[in-house]
Design a protein around this ligand. Sequence first.
Ligand SMILES: [Zn+2]
Length: 87
Amino acid sequence: MKVVKINKKEYEVINAVENPFTKFGKFRATRERHGLKVQRCCFNCGHKFKDDEDIYLAMFKGTLNHFLCKSCNNMALADLKKGGRHE
Ligand SMILES: [Zn+2]
């Protein structure tokens, strides 16, 4: 018998910005040059970033900063605006 448990975790976005961090390809090339790990997918929806795509850095409560795709970043921004936390 095999038992598979998947832990569900929630992360709250505490800050998001309108402007992209950089293009994914540029970010990837720099990180790879230094032998560093690269976050290749959107932290929220799992969308795989393309090299010419803008990535957005968001700050999460209780974990490190992660990248979001444009549409998830827009959702995060809208949410933060609603909550009155966006500056
Ligand atoms: Zn996304």
